[in-house]
Write a protein that binds this ligand. Structure first.
Ligand code: NAD
Ligand code: DAU
Length: 361
């Protein structure tokens, strides 16, 4: 039975990936999930897998070299899927150091422990061992508004925020391991994800939650920044396909073919909420474009991201499957059905975060 070490599996994409993998492979794989449970990690995301015999949760920081190397020593890990990171751009502008610690140092620890466990005396690697580093399209910087410009795997890195600089650094470390030690790895650079279990600091769940509560909907700048949105389950599938069918040492870009301005996304959310809320529901009256509130722009706000997922399609046959209209309905339905999840996520520290982040905008 193949054993996966997933880092950051209690977060948004990691938990969706774990669900996807158990749905696909059931009892044919074993998953060890290592997560520090920062503000973004939530074991509620994994309630329905926590009692499986082939699932283990270990609470640990990825920067803790002793703990991470011990996990490798005690388990015959075949695959690493490395999600753990500080992931929110706005927070990185306020507090860059923690991004460097987790995203750069943490990745170095993961690489080092995997190499120590997998490398043979002659410098080759134990058969069938693979490390997949999950990264972002933000490492490529910002595209002009010209619709014919895209990010390719060959696009030079040009990160702007402390978040994207730390992810770019972690990608470079993985590349250095592949070049120096022939370490068996892949890197994937993906566009913006949306779907169930996304923490409401991110645009889509924040807007859904605020709209349902009749709160203002803070749109940065002119609202015309473009992101390329991908349904999270499609991302999970791409990661699995890259790890099983991709060529080692290669980078693959993953994107949704779904570029939209932030204001367009917000209008779709408002229209979809209107459609999905039953007539007579008092909340329905709250949901209106009157709530849209243009606020001051973020520092260094990248204008446009757009991935060309041509290589992954040509080499591996992966394509985004979920149309945005369908994905956003599934996402909104999930938030309707998981009101308590949202209440828990937005209690306590979230209120302080929100006040601090939005007070001077
Ligand atoms: P998230 O913030 O929802 O989850 C991050 C998880 O990592 C949390 O469970 C958190 O507890 C854990 N974590 C953080 N620091 C840790 C540490 N030092 N040690 C151990 N665990 C730690 O993030 P996400 O949106 O699920 O993103 C996952 C990965 O995918 C990240 O590497 C991110 O850069 C990348 N990515 C995200 C997106 C997106 O749209 N969200 C797009 C492309 C790439
Ligand atoms: O592109 C991939 C990246 O997408 C990932 O690497 C990051 O981990 C992930 O957080 C995401 O980064 P963004 O900054 O693009 O995501 P966010 O959801 O925070 O914002 C999306 C857009 O919406 C962005 O242009 C900023 C804008 N925005 C965001 C928030 C939270 C607003 O206008 N208002 C808001 O309140």
């Amino acid at each position: 039975m193949r054993t996966y070490l997933v880092t950051g599996g209690a977060g948004f994409i990691g938990s969706n990936y774990i669900h996807y993998m158990f749905k696909k492979y059931d009892n044919d794989i074993r998953i060890i999930n290592v997560d520090a449970l920062t503000y973004a990690g939530n074991l509620e995301n994994l309630k329905d897998v926590e009692n499986r015999d082939n699932y283990t949760f270990i609470k640990s920081y990825i920067c803790d070299k002793v703990a991470i190397c011990q996990i490798f020593a005690e388990n015959d890990i075949d695959r690493v899927v490395h999600f753990a990171a500080e992931s929110h751009v706005d927070r990185s502008i306020a507090e860059p150091e923690v991004f460097v610690r987790t995203n750069v140092l943490g990745t170095a620890v993961m690489l080092n422990c995997a190499r120590a466990a997998w490398e043979l005396p002659d410098g080759s690697y134990r058969k069938d061992k693979k490390f997949l580093h999950v990264s972002t399209d933000e490492v490529y910087g910002s595209l002009p508004e010209d619709e014919n410009a895209f990010f390719y795997e060959t696009t030079p890195y040009d990160p702007h925020s402390p978040y994207s600089a730390s992810k770019a650094s972690s990608d470079m470390l993985v590349k250095a391991y592949m070049d120096t030690y022939k370490f068996p790895a892949n890197i994937t650079n993906c566009s913006n994800n949306y779907g169930p279990y996304q923490f409401p600091e991110k645009f889509i769940p924040l807007m859904i939650n605020n709209a349902l509560q009749g709160k203002k909907l803070p749109v940065y700048g002119d609202g015309k920044n473009v992101r390329d949105w991908l349904y999270v389950e499609d991302h999970a599938k791409a990661i699995d396909m890259v790890q099983e069918q991709g060529r080692l040492f290669e980078t693959y870009n993953i994107g949704g073919h779904n570029e939209k301005q932030n204001i367009e996304i917000l209008n779709i959310i408002l229209d979809t909420l209107q459609e999905m809320l039953p007539d007579g529901d008092p909340i329905k009256a709250n949901v209106s474009s009157v709530l849209i509130n243009y606020v001051s722009d973020s520092k260094g706000h990248d204008r446009r991201y757009a991935i060309a997922p041509d290589k992954i399609k040509a080499e591996i046959g992966w394509e985004p499957e979920t149309m945005f209209k369908e994905g956003i309905r599934k996402t909104i339905r999930w938030y309707f059905e998981n009101e308590q999840w949202m209440k828990n996520a937005t209690s306590g520290d979230y209120q302080k975060y929100y006040e601090e982040m939005y007070k001077n905008r």
